[in-house]
Design a protein around this ligand. Structure first.
Ligand SMILES: Cc1ncc(COP(=O)(O)O)c(C=O)c1O
Length: 391
């Protein structure tokens, strides 16, 4: 039996596997069991923000030799160091570490609930099409019927608005609104950025009604969109931000970033986790965030993003009718190609390039942030080759 057959035999069937057996990663390439190199525009779904990076790997190795895990009876140096980096470079005053994105959302829900229970605010709002995770609390916010319906009843006190429809959010926000949850770019929802005017309206409503603004930066955070956090580009200050995916440098780690005004909401014992803030994951995360904060690093992300987008625009001019829309910013770019998305993904794979699809119609380009110009050109050349053949 090969690995794919063994996987099918013993692992529950919840994921759609690609028909390739990966042996190892080098830089921005994945190498399969036959030694074939695949250009990685997938990054483990926005986890490996620096590809297979030597500094991140070294930090992880070094921490493995110190200790793997301390119980939360002790302050752990890597967790403290990572939290310092996050706090010193964001709106947040404190961090609560989790193991995953969904758990960061769960933590936000619990913080909102406790805060709301003392303020008479009981309803949480999220956008239709949003993805905030699949645990039972987070699933209530993940407003996609296909994900929600089989698992009803979900957490009560949640309602949904239409993203980028000002009338819809005006209608939904009321005196009892405790929080609005928002992705700055809906990732699983098709790489759909929230519009500035819509965000401005939320801020206006927040000033009137006094709810909390919770930004889900699980996918958009940590340099992915060209700033450390995507919300910075909208000129807003959230109350809570959820992070995960890239946070552990490739290891499981999430976090809830908390504004100063909310740091007293929980008291000891209100929430906890055995592994949240694990030392090895935090060491990987510290190496990652240190790199993101280096002078000029994020400028380069933006320059290379423009290069990808202008290459895509050229292809669109050359082969009209395939690309419906190019969306997103930084290294989170969605190319809406309609029904052709799965076929194009397959064509990329045949040419040894990994791209992800989302929402059925969108090629989601999420390469490592430090991908080189040559690799970008290689990707664009492959896309041109595919379009030439299919034209
Ligand atoms: C925006 C967003 N929120 C939450 C999650 C859930 O994170 P996790 O899969 O780590 O639970 C994801 C995962 O894709 C995500 O993209």
């Amino acid at each position: 039996m090969n690995r794919i057959e063994r996987d099918k035999r013993v692992i529950l069937n919840t994921y759609k596997r690609l028909p390739i057996v990966i042996d190892r990663a080098e830089g921005h390439e994945l190498i399969d069991e036959n030694g074939i190199h695949y250009l990685d525009f997938f990054s483990g779904i926005a986890v490996n923000n620096l590809g297979a990076d030597p500094a991140v790997k070294k930090a992880i190795h070094d921490q493995v030799d110190r200790y793997l895990h301390l119980s939360n009876y002790f302050a752990s140096e890597p967790a403290v160091e990572l939290a310092e980096l996050l706090v010193d470079n964001s709106f947040a005053d404190k961090v609560f570490f989790t193991n995953s994105g969904a758990e960061a959302i769960e933590a936000a829900i619990k913080m909102v609930r406790k805060w709301g229970n003392t303020n008479g605010k009981t309803t949480m709002l999220s956008a239709n099409g949003a993805f905030h995770g699949r645990t039972m609390g987070a699933l209530g916010l993940t407003a996609k019927p296909a994900y929600q319906e089989p698992f009803a009843p979900l957490l009560s006190g949640i309602a949904h608005f239409e993203m980028n429809e000002i009338e819809s959010i005006r209608e939904m926000v009321k005196e009892d609104t405790a929080a609005v949850f928002l992705e700055m770019i809906q990732g699983e929802g098709g790489v759909r950025p929230v519009e500035q005017a819509f965000v401005d309206e939320i801020i206006k409503l927040k000033e009137t009604y006094g709810f909390l603004l919770v930004i889900d930066e699980i996918q958009t955070g940590l340099g992915r969109t060209g700033t450390l956090f995507a919300h910075e580009q909208y000129g807003i200050i959230p109350d809570l931000v959820c992070v995960a995916k890239a946070l552990g440098g490739g290891l499981p780690l999430g976090g809830l970033l908390v504004a100063e005004a909310l740091t007293g909401v929980w008291t000891p014992g209100n929430h906890g986790t055995t592994f949240g803030g694990n030392a090895v994951a935090a060491a990987g995360g510290t190496a990652l965030v240190t790199k993101l904060l280096e002078d000029g690093f994020l400028d380069e992300v933006n320059r290379k993003s423009r290069r990808i987008v202008s290459g895509l625009e050229e292809l669109n001019a050359e082969f009209p009718g395939v690309i419906r829309e190019i969306r997103g910013f930084g290294m989170m770019i969605g190319v809406d190609v309609g029904e052709a998305a799965p076929l194009l993904q397959e064509a990329f794979l045949e040419r040894h390039c990994m791209v992800n699809t989302t929402s059925g119609t969108v090629l989601r380009l999420i390469p490592a942030l430090n991908i080189g110009d040559k690799k970008i050109q290689q990707f664009l050349d492959i896309f041109r080759e595919i379009l030439t053949e299919k034209a």
